[in-house]
Design a protein. Structure first.
Length: 139
């Protein structure tokens, strides 16, 4: 499938950090914060997930389809990179973990990448913070 077909089939919408998403799971608890949440997330060539963080929850990125994805994780000073994909011999990994309060950004290394993101405790936009435009971690 092409990216546009996946976006339509999964009924994805634009995400504030860039790209497309749809929430697929929310483990609600009687008025309390969800234990965890899950989304599909898609980036097309030329799109990126801009630097952002979830202040109080860890996030696991899972590779599903398309071309590899470059995931950057930062404490604000240093940057670690993980290439999500299925070519283990080339160093790609099917998942990457972003600790709570760590900065993260991502970009596809080809036409498009479809991943899943699982957040625990559950994602809330109130805990989501975008970096200022042009921000990059400093050494």
């Amino acid at each position: 499938m092409e990216a546009e077909e996946i976006i339509e089939a999964l009924r994805m919408q634009r995400h504030p950090e860039g790209g497309w998403y749809v929430e697929t799971f929310r483990d609600d608890r009687d008025g309390a914060r969800a234990h965890s949440t899950a989304i599909y997330y898609l980036l097309q060539a030329g799109e990126r997930s801009h630097w952002h963080r979830v202040r109080d929850a860890a996030e696991v990125w899972h590779f599903h389809a398309g071309d590899p994805l470059l995931l950057k994780i930062s404490d604000g000073r240093t940057v670690e990179t993980v290439t999500l994909g299925i070519d283990l011999a080339k160093g790609e990994r099917p998942q990457g973990v972003v600790p709570a309060d760590a900065w993260q950004a991502a970009e596809p290394l080809g036409r498009f990448t479809l991943v899943g993101c699982t957040v625990a405790p559950g994602f809330e936009f109130a805990s989501f913070e975008m970096a200022p435009p042009g921000w990059e971690p400093s050494a």
